[in-house]
Design a protein around this ligand. Structure first.
Ligand SMILES: [Zn+2]
Length: 504
């Protein structure tokens, strides 16, 4: 009897925090999970996602075009929707914005948020007007296999948001090729975060994160400063204010780690294997949004779907209002990339700061703030740096190396005939694993890969080539050290040496 009462009280309190801190909006939200059955089925079915899209597109044939970026490992469709409105602006002059959802199959509200966003864009005339100077690409369910199996990973157990450089899953390749083809100015990737981190539970078992949404944006120093500045000042900060005004609690995305028996925050990120940095290295404005979710399942689902859609609308409005500023930053980044004058940063260190984190105490139904030590990855200082060479040569090169480079948007050429250089730079690994540049004579064979540093994807090249980088081809074992000599088969040549090679 005691146990039953206790459980009832606990459940009552659990409900209270949602009513008090995360109330659902009282609006009509015609996405699949809120239709029909009054009890939400948190996991929208694959087929229901597709039929929602088809119904909406049938209603707005002049606005919406439905196609696909490809199929999953199990042959499921990865839908893609383009939305724009005919206007005086020619399509090629319009701003291009990409929204991604459903990278992780167990984060279904990232997909539902995109469905509701498309509903709001098509049904509200002021939202529709944004599409006069814009084309919106929505890829709402990248991991359709994971969606069906209700798992985070793809069918071959790949985490698709750790796969954007090494491409173990075809879903990642399909997504990156579709994005390269569309060539968006702005990319936003939607996810769900778990408010019940283990390290927070260690502090107090009653604590749950108080946030509705977390912002992840890159501190990678190979990303052009003009791009990083627009992300933070034009997109992230105003959208935080917009959502705060709508009653949402917002923060920078963080994970936790233990240091000297204390919980530390790890804020932001620099890893190119994930979307926030990957697309920014391609000189695109790029943000990753984490909506409260995962262990929350269906609790406050309408609020969370609305949070995702409001975030998307804020970004669309900003893109619309700041078109010239965005295009100018990308132009600067592309110019810097083509001139390849910025140094490559292989490794860097985050600033150490203090940062407040807001919790809801589920037991007391109250809220509290704790100040943590934090690694602030948005502000990095360089550690190992190198000037960009005129070009990189790679041989022998596997098909995998070529594929990773090309799917990343890098222009790759090959040598037409063998060539002898008396002095070129290469990477030598010493017994401590440290890497140094040494000079030597090298015979270049026919069909060696030639990667010119002076191209728009120059920052992507720096990230993949400089071997100390955590997401480099060498770190990922895609390019392996030659055992006998302890040399990495990546060679650095000058512009003058590049001009001596004949390539195709
Ligand atoms: Zn995720």
């Amino acid at each position: 009897m005691f146990t039953i009462c206790f459980v009832a009280v606990m459940q009552g309190q659990t409900e209270d925090i949602y009513q008090k801190y995360f109330p659902d909006p009282t609006i009509d939200m015609p996405v699949p999970i809120t239709r029909g059955n009054p009890v939400f089925n948190y996991f929208t079915k694959y087929k229901d996602v597709l039929s929602f899209i088809d119904e909406l597109a049938a209603k707005y044939p002049d606005i919406m075009t439905v196609s696909s970026i490809g199929t999953t490992q199990k042959g499921k469709n990865q839908p893609m929707i383009l939305l724009t409105r005919k206007s005086k602006t020619a399509d090629q002059d319009k701003l291009r914005v990409t929204f991604i959802g459903g990278i992780h199959g167990n984060e279904p509200l990232s997909t539902d948020g995109m469905l509701y966003l498309m509903y709001l864009v098509t049904h509200d005339p002021s939202n529709l007007a944004l599409l006069d100077n814009m084309i919106l690409q929505v890829v709402p369910m990248v991991n359709a296999d994971g969606r069906t199996a209700e798992t985070r990973a793809s069918n071959n157990s790949t985490d698709l948001n750790r796969d954007l450089t090494i491409l173990k899953a075809k879903e990642s390749t399909n997504l990156k090729l579709a994005i390269n083809k569309f060539d968006p100015h702005v990319v936003v990737d939607f996810h769900e975060f778990s408010p019940a981190r283990l390290d927070f539970k260690e502090l107090n078992d009653c604590y749950t994160s108080a946030y509705d949404i977390l912002f992840l944006y890159t501190g990678n120093l190979n990303v052009d400063p003009a791009i990083r500045d627009v992300i933070k000042t034009v997109f992230v900060e105003p959208t935080k204010s917009f959502l705060t005004d709508k009653g949402r609690r917002v923060a920078d995305y963080c994970t936790t780690f233990m240091k000297d028996n204390e919980v530390w925050l790890n804020i932001g990120g620099i890893a190119s294997r994930s979307s926030a940095t990957n697309y920014a290295l391609q000189n695109r404005i790029s943000m990753l949004m984490e909506i409260r979710g995962l262990s929350e399942k269906e609790k406050s689902a309408k609020r969370r779907i609305e949070t995702a859609a409001l975030t998307g609308l804020s970004y669309l409005k900003i893109a619309h209002d700041h078109e010239s500023e965005i295009k100018e930053a990308i132009k600067i980044a592309n110019k810097n990339a083509v001139e390849a004058t910025r140094v490559s940063v292989s490794t860097s260190k985050p600033e150490t700061i203090k940062r407040d984190y807001h919790f809801v105490d589920k037991c007391k139904v109250s809220d509290t703030t704790i100040v943590f030590n934090a690694n602030y990855n948005v502000n990095q200082s360089p550690d190992i740096t190198r000037p960009k060479p005129g070009a990189f040569l790679i041989f022998p090169a596997s098909e995998k190396v070529k594929k990773v480079l090309e799917v990343s948007g890098v222009l790759v050429k090959v040598t037409k005939q063998p060539f002898q250089f008396n002095k070129i730079e290469q990477y030598a690994v010493n017994e401590n694993g440290q890497i140094n540049i040494v000079e030597g004579a090298v015979s270049i064979p026919e069909e060696a890969l030639v990667i010119d540093s002076q191209q728009p994807m120059s920052n992507v090249i720096a990230d993949l080539m400089e071997p100390e980088g955590a997401n480099s081809l060498y770190a990922n074992n895609i390019i392996k050290k030659k055992n006998k000599e302890n040399m990495i088969p990546i060679y650095r040549i000058s512009r003058e040496q590049l001009s001596q090679l004949s390539t195709k």
